[in-house]
Design a protein around this ligand. Structure first.
Ligand code: GLU
Length: 369
């Protein structure tokens, strides 16, 4: 798949209408098989893949015999709880046929707002990807009500892309890209192949064109594009209902590409970290300074002093013994925890704290120099 040659980490969002047949409310098995072949090919190309999939409500409402009419919030949540098992199982079976392991991740908007949870989910996904696992992400509809809800998986997928530093986000749904108007009602609406920048004029063109089973319309897709591209992630909107939806993006399928606004996702993360107010300080030894400068993470063994009080996930300044600030990082431990493990080997952390903590005190991806 040549069009993927510049990417390393790809997030693919699957809309409900692709995974679930609107008429029968059951999984579109043949489509899922072909999608799994695409994932297999992406894996063999060396790409890391995360899937954000909708469809739990569409699947669960059938089991609970709530077809047709609209659902109350509680009914939607109950349907999601029932359907999510089927959704995860369907991906597990389909990808398992190609010896690809899957994991289920359920998140809410609050999880990406809270820095500690943000770091936790980032670390989990990193570990899964290192192990060649394909995480299947959806919103945790049981706990997410309006105030803490993404409400649409387009935005959730964009947020996931930013969290894990993906360089490409592909939104597959029942629309084949971005138009100057709603193509369902306006036959003169123009299709865009590429959008270099999301201008106010582009925003004014987005209309809420929702299908029966999907929550997001073009407005949410544009919002997702804004979040992703601002963080250095290119985004593609394409119609995914046909077989092999990813490999067919190689030219045969119409789509819209939104260009990333900065070079790479890591730069954006570091920019974000560098705007934070440091709540504490870590003074580190020379060995650790050299390790950091050569792109490694900060280990407890290299920290000499922990100053001030902070919580897990807070930003801290990293200083050398001369008192020079080398950078800013998100600390994986609170100040109290950090004080008890500094100077120790990573293998001793569990014994000292009484629970298994992270191996590093500040991960290299979370340091802005
Ligand atoms: N979490 C919902 C589901 O899986 C979908 C939300 C969406 O489609 O954007 O059914």
């Amino acid at each position: 798949m040549e069009f993927l040659s510049g990417a390393a980490r790809v997030v693919i969002k699957i809309g409900s209408s692709l995974l679930v047949d609107e008429r029968t409310s059951s999984i579109r098995s043949e489509w899922l098989q072909s999608f799994s072949e695409d994932i297999r090919d992406m894996h063999s190309q060396g790409l890391e893949v995360v899937i954000v999939s909708s469809g739990s409500i569409a699947l669960g409402r059938k089991v609970l015999s709530w077809p047709g009419s609209s659902l109350s919030l509680e009914q939607s949540q109950a349907s999601a709880a029932v359907g999510q098992i089927q959704l995860a199982q369907a991906y597990q079976e389909a990808l398992g046929q190609h010896d690809i392991k899957t994991a289920q991740i359920l998140v809410t908007l609050e999880d990406s707002k809270d820095r500690r949870r943000y770091l936790n989910s980032q670390a989990t996904v990193e570990t899964l990807l290192e192990m060649g696992v394909v995480p299947i992400v959806n919103e945790n509809d049981t706990v997410a009500t309006d105030e803490i809800k993404y409400g649409d998986n387009d935005r959730l997928a964009a947020q996931v892309s930013v969290t894990i530093g993906a360089d490409l986000l592909i939104l597959l749904s029942d629309v084949d890209g971005f138009y100057s108007g709603n193509p369902m009602v306006d036959t003169n609406a123009n299709h865009f192949n590429t959008i270099d920048r999301i201008t106010p004029e582009i925003e004014a063109m987005a209309e809420d064109t929702k299908s029966k089973s999907s929550k997001g319309g073009m407005k949410t897709k544009l919002l997702a594009a804004k979040i992703a591209t601002a963080a250095g992630c290119t985004m593609i909107i394409a119609k995914g209902s046909n077989s092999n939806p990813i490999s067919s993006l190689n030219g045969s399928v119409k789509s819209t590409l939104f260009k990333a606004q900065i070079k790479d996702p890591q730069t954006a993360r570091k920019k974000w970290i560098s705007t934070m107010k440091p709540l504490g300080e870590l003074v580190i030894d020379e060995g650790a300074v050299n390790a950091l400068l050569s792109g490694k993470s900060l280990l407890p063994a290299g920290v000499l002093i922990v100053k001030k009080d902070f919580e897990r996930g807070d930003a801290v300044s990293i200083l050398n013994t001369e008192g020079e600030v080398l950078g800013l990082g998100l600390c994986a431990y609170s100040s109290d925890e950090a004080r008890s493990i500094i100077g120790h080997q990573t293998s001793e952390i569990e014994k000292i704290l009484g629970y298994a903590g992270r191996g590093v005190i500040v991960h290299r991806d979370n340091i802005a120099f």
